[in-house]
Write a protein that binds this ligand. Sequence first.
Ligand SMILES: *Cc1c(COP(=O)(O)O)cnc(C)c1O
Length: 392
Amino acid sequence: MTNYSKRTQMVHGGVRRSQYGELSEAMFMTQAFVYPNAEAAEARFVGAGEDEFIYARYGNPTNRMFEDRIAMLEGTEDAFACTSGMAAVNGALMALTKAGDHVVSSRALFGSCLYVLEEVLGRFGVEITLVDGTDNAAWEAAIRPDTRLVFFESISNPTLEVVDMAHVVKCAHAVGALVVADNAMITPVYSYAAKLGADLVVYSTTKHVDGQGRMLGGAICGSRELIRGPIETYMKHTGGAINPFAAWTHLKALETIDLRVRAQSESAIKVVEALSGHEKLSFVNYPTHPSHRQYDLAISQAPSAGTVLAFEVKGGKEACFTFLNALEIFIISNNFADAKSIATHPATTTHQRLPQEQKDELGISDGLVRLSVGLEDPSDLIADLMQALDRL
Ligand SMILES: *Cc1c(COP(=O)(O)O)cnc(C)c1O
């Protein structure tokens, strides 16, 4: 498949057909696998080939199809599919660090990622340094000869800060540290992480891969050496493998991801343009719009920042809630990357538990709204936003 474009690969990549010759990929709902005789069982346990399976926690043909297909999309040799995005983040971090290691991470992180870094790794004696991910000098100052691993969200949620990935990778690799990029926001369609040298790219496939709000899932993409080495070993023994139903859903969803994400991202920039300069808003934030303070960097890395934007409603929480409650198409929810457009108020939901000073530091104000742009007609979405802003 390697000669074909990603869109073709996403339809045909990784297929394993059974003896029945099914057109649509089969879902192998089985926990274990059987052997024709005791010798074959013994041989399988001595060394299972690429298409030989033992137990679903270790691997499954449906999971393997999904892993091959998402690795093709990311442009890495291999991938391991996980129960959720957090299983992927936890797996990548836990599999590669040990007591006494030093880890540097950007500060603007998804709350659960911050928990794994500070609480879990911290408890096992890993030292964490948090930096402003947009500040190249801060990365240079924080990365030390004993730094084992560097972690960041390529584009942060919900504040849409952009990491200069080539620079951070260069600093990390200069001291032999591994780079793990959490790529949920930039999406696998616009990803540049593998191309710019990230060693592992982690996805919450709950987001754009599923794209229709059904299943949790995750994936860790990288070299065969890392994926089938420390990552698979850690994941298979600690129970983080995706279940075959979720793997099948996400495998089939990859067939349409290019069309969906491109359409949603084109709508997102139209929404940004419609909202820019609106008198009821203090700012609109979208990295690949020229008004973003990191526009030059963002556009040099990817042609689009994806399906999510943020803005601040003037008048604080009260005005913001009036606006949110007036929306007719946008659904109030905490998820993103769905076919249905979603509006989120991070300060009172996803980031509610952060202390005020941390909210201030990250820019999560009472007026901040995160919008996830779905597959609806963008003119309907813009009209919905405008009528809700008119209520203010
Ligand atoms: C959603 C998300 C996760 C966690 O993914 P789940 O599938 O919900 O476990 C991790 N990182 C980022 C940036 C996310 O947006």
